[in-house]
Structures are given as structure tokens and as C-alpha cells.
Design a protein around this ligand. Structure first.
Ligand SMILES: Nc1ncnc2c1ncn2[C@@H]1O[C@H](COP(=O)(O)OP(=O)(O)OP(=O)(O)O)[C@@H](O)[C@H]1O
Ligand SMILES: N[C@@H](Cc1ccc(O)cc1)C(=O)O
Length: 696
């Protein structure tokens, strides 16, 4: 092992350094000095040799330069910096590259996917890819291309948006790896590196005076005032507030933070971000060149030059940018735009656009795209290329299984563009607006009487995060579940999550009245089991809960049991018990019971956690109902014994009902655990040590 040396002999206050800066840099050094294993250094060295070898192959023309691939696929619209700088930088150094997204909506949309795709390409070619959720910047809101200022976002909406986007991005990142593998890009441990941050992480510990003295000091008002966005908003819009005016500088500070700490040299954005990227480059260069601490100084050379580029904007048929503000977004959240709609959206792209979209939205090699286009041209009415595109995008966002299922559903419904089923309406170009009316979709609603006065274990069970109340107790005992709140503070006095951040604290078996301390804006709870199994719970009044007709796991005296019994009794009434063994009666019974319980919107499954479980639970519920029918029929079929057997039937029913409830609950939770476990393993396997700053 090598020992970090916190105070090397040469480490003396240089005459140019003021006392404050000197002390600060000594403190920083002390914190950063750590033990580093030689094997880690060897591996880093190995990675560098590999990178240099790759550069040689590129220079000899044996493998393509990624920059050329990006250009060829259509990702490059405007360049910030020069093309030569970018080429050289990408060739010589495994630079960090980032895309930022403000959490001003509860989901990513298809437009976001474009800069992200460019980022994914860089990732699978070995660059360190960073995605940023702008928890801090969203509090201001990017004024670019707007005439009216944004409405402030409430704390609960913000927490919800950050949570949703965070887990959406995590899931997409995992899908990226799977996709890349399908298209021949095998993950290289220690070479592929990625990270996901919320910029509140650094803003919450940043002092105002530091930004003013380090950054604002060097920015000239003239060029900032002459920016198109500023002029337009001041002349034609509702004027510009100071926070909006400095927004690009906040974005620039993000870059500067990552530039120093993580080697991020490049920023990618949609073409509306060009101005912000240019401002960022100026600011980062200024901050780099005026660094007062010599030990932190970064030289002004090609390897330390900030650069960027923008991707073209994805627009709708009228030419308007797809986005939240334009109100035309195709969302990546299943509940806001179903995977069926998402698939449908891509299958309806015009023939003239589809080849470009295949290049932009998929990892398919260009040769494969040419083959797809050839096939498509033989009979464009089959929309072969559009289906390939839709399949790839849905698989990237929702996974291969979902994509295959949706493709099959589309195949079943449409053939050569002809719509078969009268039951389903043809999806239009309009995005699905379900759940948008309320502004966002929570995972689950639960009543006040549960949240405010029942144990947290019961709440975990009701939210579908525990198999039972006992399991909830076990989780809280072993700190296996978390709640959004201020970390490290006791539950009785926890002040909750700060605005714009996502922080958790382990759930303990606290008094029921403590749970209210974790409510965001008095109505939202964020619960998590393990690393990824998450529930956003909205607390509703008991009256609203009653009116909704919904049920939750463990709700006293509810109806899932009661209603199943009614359905079974109903089925019995409709069909003479002597008929119950007939196939016809069985089908009728199942249809009734299923309509009543197993519909996605039906009362049984409405109480269950959200996707991807309902379809699984639905199938399982049908199987269980099927079994219960058979048991019922068997019990009722004794010749002439119909009435006499009522008591026995009742007891069988009760048992089946309990069984049904248990099975579905268990199934849902187990699904979650398995996924959780798999994800954790995948994450561990790809821990990216290159993000750790190490001084030796
Ligand atoms: N339709 C689009 N085409 C290409 N890039 C897009 C599109 N929409 C957003 N982006 C890019 O995604 C990144 C994050 O965008 P942002 O958070 O501003 O979303 P938005 O939907 O544009 O929001 P808003 O409409 O509220 O400004 C930016 O780089 C932005 O340029
Ligand atoms: N300003 C970007 C989002 C963003 C936020 C922070 C960043 O560091 C970068 C980008 C947008 O609104 O599209």
C-alpha cells in the first residue's frame, strides 16, 4: 500500500497565496489524502495504455473516431469550441461528458432522449458519462427561449419530479448496457464509467460569496445583456429577474464543479442550450485561469479545454420543439404515455424521417439500418423500419420484454395498417394525457387515517413495499427501508427533505405520530425498500379515499375479500350450481370475477403497487380465480347437495380469498425484491472508481 502524503516538503505557502487560500488548500489536501492500493493504480495505468493504443488505431484509420460516428448519425448540430479541439480531446483523453436536465416535470420525454443518446454513445465508447438532475437549477428555471417566467414549483412536486426522474434515469442506464451488448458493445469494467448527480449536492454547501467573488467578478454584463434570450424576454416578454439572468452562470458552475472534480470537459444539450453551453465554456475557462490555489491549478492546454455540442431539436409535425413547455411531450413514464402509445408514436413517423430517427434513437449499426431500409422500401406499407425503430426505443426505455409484448399487441391489432379490434381506439398523435390533469402521477394514494395514526410497518405494507405488517416490522428493525427526509436526524424532530434534493433516512419503528414529519408539503411521502424499489405516496383525506373506492393492503374490513365472495356468490346465482362444472359456466364465472377484480383499473388491482406488477398480478389473479372456481364447483357438485353444502363452500371461499390475497401480495413484493437484487448486483459490478479523486 502507498501512503498519501498530506504534507509534502514542497507544500509551503507560496508567496502568491493568501493565508485563507493556503489554509483552505491544506485542509482540502488533508481530506483528499487517502490510502490507495497499488493494484488500483496498476489498473488505472492499464486503462491508460489501452486508451493510448486505441488512439493509435484511430490515427491509423483502423477504427473510426467516435466524433465521426456521432456526426454520421446526425447527433451534431452546433459545435461549441472547435472541431479540432473536440477531436483531439476525445482522442487523447477519456474525458468526462455531461447532459443536464431540470426536474420541472415528473418524467423525461422523448426530446430528452436525443442529448442522452449522444451521451450513451460516449459511454459505450469508454468516456465517463454524467447525467445531472438540476434540483438546484430547477428552482430558478431556465429562461432560454421563453417570454414568460416559469411558475414556481412546490416542494412536493419538486421532490416527486426528482424522485421520478432519478429512478427513470437509473433504469434507462441499465437498459443502455443491455442494449449496447445486443449491438456488440460489451461492457469493459473500469473503462465504462457513469454517474448520476443532483446539482443540489454541491449547491447546498456552496457559499454565495464564493460564487460572487470567483465567478460573477469575471463575467461582463455587456455580452450577457446582448444574449438573444435576455433581449427577447426584456423587450417582448414579462421582463427578466436577476435569478433568471444568472441562470446560465449556475449551469456554468455545475460544469466548473465537474470540470475540476470529475474531469468533465464536454457538455451536450439540445440546440436551445447552445447559448448556455457557450456561456459555460467562457465561465469555466475564466475560473480555470483564475484559480488562486496553485495546488488546484489546471493548465490551459488542449486536454483541459471545455467544449460542447448540441443535438438537433426533435419537433412535432408543426415544427414546435417537443417538450414540457410546449405541452406536446411524449413521456417516457408508462403512466403518462403508455408503452403502447410510445410504440405507436414511433410507428407513425413518416417514411422520410425514419432512417434518421433510426440513426438517432437506436444503437443499431449503420449497416443494419441500411438493410432495414432496403427491406422497408420493398413494401413501405408494412412500416418495417418504423416497427424496428419503435421496438428499439421501447426496449431502451421499458426493457426488451415490454417491447416484445407491445410489438405483439400492435401486430395483433394492426396488420398492414388496418385496425382490427373495435374495442381499442386507434392511438392518435396526441400523447396520452391520462394522469396529466393532476400535474403528476403518484405511485399510490393512501388515506390520512393510515398515514397519521398507524405504524410505519403497516404503511410499508399498504404501499406494497412489505409482504405483510410482520415483514414491515422486520424491515424497520433491520433498517432495510428508507424514507425521504433529512438524514441523521431523529424521527421525532426530523425536519424533512430540503427543497430540491432527494435524501433518505432509514425507517425505524417510530411512534405513528412521527411519520407526519416526513410529509413533503403535508401530503407526499417517499418510501424506498432496498436500493431501487420505490413508492411515492400521496396522502389523501379519508373522505377522498372513501369516495375513490380504492383499497390498500391490510385495510381493515375491506372489501377485496368481501367483494370476491360477492362475485363468487353472484356467479353461483347466475348459474345453477349443477351447471357449474360446465365449461360455459366456468368461462362466465371467470369473466365476471375478472372484470370485477383483475382489471388493471378494477378494485382489486387498483390497490396494488404500480407497474410493472399489475400485468403479472393480473395473470396470477386469473389463475387463482380459476383454481377457486374449480374448488367451488367441486364442492357444489355433489348430486342434490347444493344447499347442504353452503357452509362448506363458504369456508372454501374464505380460504381461497385469503390465499388469493396472500399470493398476489407475495408475488408483487417478490418481483420487486428480485429486480432489486439484480439491479444491486449489476450496480456493484460496474462501480466506477475513476470518479474518485485520489492524491498519492
Ligand atoms: N425536443 C427536444 N429535442 C432535443 N433536445 C431536447 C428536446 N427537449 C429537451 N431537450 C434537451 O434536453 C435537455 C433538458 O431539457 P429541459 O430540462 O429544458 O426540458 P424541456 O422539455 O426542454 O423543458 P422546458 O420545455 O420546460 O424548457 C436540454 O439539453 C434540452 O435542450
Ligand atoms: N438548462 C438545462 C438543464 C441543465 C441544468 C443544469 C446543467 O448543469 C445543465 C443543463 C435545460 O433547461 O434544458
Amino acid at each position: 500500500m502507498l501512503r498519501g502524503t498530506p504534507f509534502p516538503s514542497a507544500y509551503r505557502a507560496p508567496s502568491t497565496l493568501c493565508r485563507r487560500c493556503f489554509l483552505r488548500s491544506v485542509a482540502a489536501r488533508r481530506q483528499q489524502a487517502r490510502y490507495v492500493s497499488t493494484s488500483f493504480l496498476e489498473k488505472q495505468n492499464e486503462a491508460k495504455i489501452k486508451w493510448d493504443d486505441r488512439a493509435k488505431l484511430i490515427e491509423e484509420g483502423k477504427i473510426p473516431h467516435l466524433w465521426d460516428i456521432l456526426k454520421e448519425r446526425g447527433y451534431v448540430k452546433d459545435i461549441a469550441g472547435t472541431e479540432d479541439q473536440i477531436r483531439e480531446l476525445m482522442l487523447r483523453k477519456r474525458i468526462g461528458v455531461y447532459v443536464g436536465i431540470d426536474p420541472t416535470a415528473p418524467s423525461l420525454h422523448v426530446g430528452h432522449l436525443l442529448p442522452l443518446m449522444a451521451l450513451f454513445w460516449m459511454y459505450i465508447h469508454g468516456y465517463r458519462a454524467v447525467s445531472i438532475i438540476g434540483g438546484a437549477t430547477a428552482r430558478i428555471g431556465d429562461p432560454t427561449d421563453r417570454l414568460q417566467s416559469r411558475e414556481p414549483i412546490t416542494k412536493s412536486d419538486m421532490s416527486m419530479n426528482i424522485t421520478k426522474m432519478h429512478y427513470q434515469l437509473k433504469r434507462i442506464w441499465l437498459n443502455v448496457e443491455e442494449h449496447a451488448r445486443r449491438h456488440g458493445y460489451e461492457k469493459e469494467p473500469r473503462i465504462w464509467g457513469r454517474a448520476l448527480f443532483n446539482n443540489s449536492q454541491w449547491y447546498s454547501s456552496l457559499s454565495f460569496i464564493e460564487v460572487v467573488s470567483r465567478l460573477f467578478k469575471g463575467m461582463r454584463l455587456g455580452p450577457m445583456l446582448s444574449r438573444e434570450t435576455v433581449k427577447r424576454k426584456m423587450e417582448k416578454g414579462d421582463g427578466m429577474s436577476l435569478d433568471e439572468f444568472v441562470y446560465p452562470l449556475m449551469q456554468a458552475w455545475d460544469w466548473w464543479h465537474m470540470f475540476r472534480k470529475m474531469g468533465v470537459r464536454m457538455q451536450i444539450g439540445g440546440s436551445d442550450q447552445y447559448g448556455n453551453i457557450i456561456s459555460g465554456i467562457e465561465a469555466v475557462k475564466y475560473l480555470r485561469d483564475t484559480e488562486p490555489d496553485p495546488s488546484e491549478k489546471i493548465p490551459d492546454d488542449v486536454l483541459n479545454t471545455p467544449v460542447g455540442f448540441t443535438v438537433p431539436l426533435l419537433t412535432d409535425s408543426s415544427g414546435a420543439k417537443f417538450g414540457k413547455s410546449s405541452g406536446n411531450a411524449i413521456w417516457l413514464d408508462q403512466f403518462m404515455t403508455s408503452s403502447f402509445h410510445l410504440y405507436g408514436y414511433f410507428t407513425r413517423r413518416p417514411d422520410a424521417d425514419v432512417e434518421n430517427l433510426l440513426k438517432l434513437f437506436t444503437f443499431l449499426p449503420l449497416d443494419d439500418i441500411s438493410k432495414i431500409m432496403e427491406l422497408h422500401k420493398q413494401d413501405p406499407s408494412t412500416r418495417h423500419a418504423q416497427h424496428a425503430l419503435a421496438y428499439e426505443v421501447v426496449a431502451l426505455i421499458h426493457g426488451i420484454d415490454e417491447a416484445t409484448e407491445v410489438r405483439d399487441r400492435h401486430r395483433g391489432l394492426f396488420s398492414k395498417g388496418v385496425f382490427h379490434s373495435p374495442l381499442v381506439t386507434f392511438p392518435t398523435d396526441e400523447p396520452s394525457t391520462a394522469n396529466l390533469a393532476s400535474g403528476f402521477r403518484v405511485d399510490i394514494q393512501l388515506p390520512e387515517s393510515l398515514i397519521l395514526s398507524k405504524s410505519i410497518s403497516r404503511i410499508l405494507y399498504a404501499a406494497g413495499l412489505a409482504d405483510s405488517v410482520t415483514d414491515g416490522n422486520r424491515l424497520t428493525k433491520h433498517q432495510g427501508a428508507y424514507i425521504g427526509g433529512a438524514p441523521g436526524q431523529p424521527s421525532a424532530t426530523n425536519r424533512g427533505m430540503d427543497y430540491g434534493v432527494l435524501t433518505y433516512t432509514p425507517i425505524k419503528n417510530w411512534f405513528p405520530q412521527d411519520t407526519k414529519n416526513f410529509l413533503i408539503d403535508g401530503k407526499l411521502l417517499i418510501l424506498r425498500r432496498g436500493k431501487h424499489f420505490i413508492r411515492v405516496v400521496e396522502m389523501v383525506s379519508d373522505a377522498a379515499w372513501e369516495a375513490s373506492g380504492m383499497m390498500y393492503f391490510g385495510e381493515p374490513g375491506t372489501g377485496r375479500v368481501r367483494m370476491l365472495r360477492e362475485a363468487l356468490v353472484d356467479a353461483g346465482k347466475d348459474h345453477d350450481l349443477s351447471l357449474l362444472n360446465s365449461a360455459e359456466a366456468r368461462e362466465k364465472f371467470l369473466d365476471r370475477a375478472e372484470a370485477l377484480y383483475a382489471d388493471e383499473g378494477g378494485p382489486l388491482l387498483r390497490g396494488l403497487p404500480s407497474e410493472p406488477h399489475p400485468p403479472v398480478a393480473k395473470t396470477r389473479a386469473r389463475q387463482i380465480l380459476d383454481q377457486s372456481f374449480r374448488t367451488y364447483a367441486l364442492a357444489g357438485s355433489g348430486a342434490g347437495a347444493t344447499k347442504a353444502k353452503t357452509a362448506e363452500i363458504d369456508s372454501i371461499l374464505e380460504r381461497t380469498e385469503r390465499h388469493l390475497e396472500d399470493q398476489v401480495t407475495r408475488l408483487v413484493s417478490r418481483e420487486g425484491h428480485l429486480k432489486d437484487k439484480k439491479r444491486r448486483r449489476a450496480e456493484r459490478a460496474q462501480a466506477a472508481p475513476m470518479f474518485k479523486k485520489v492524491h498519492v
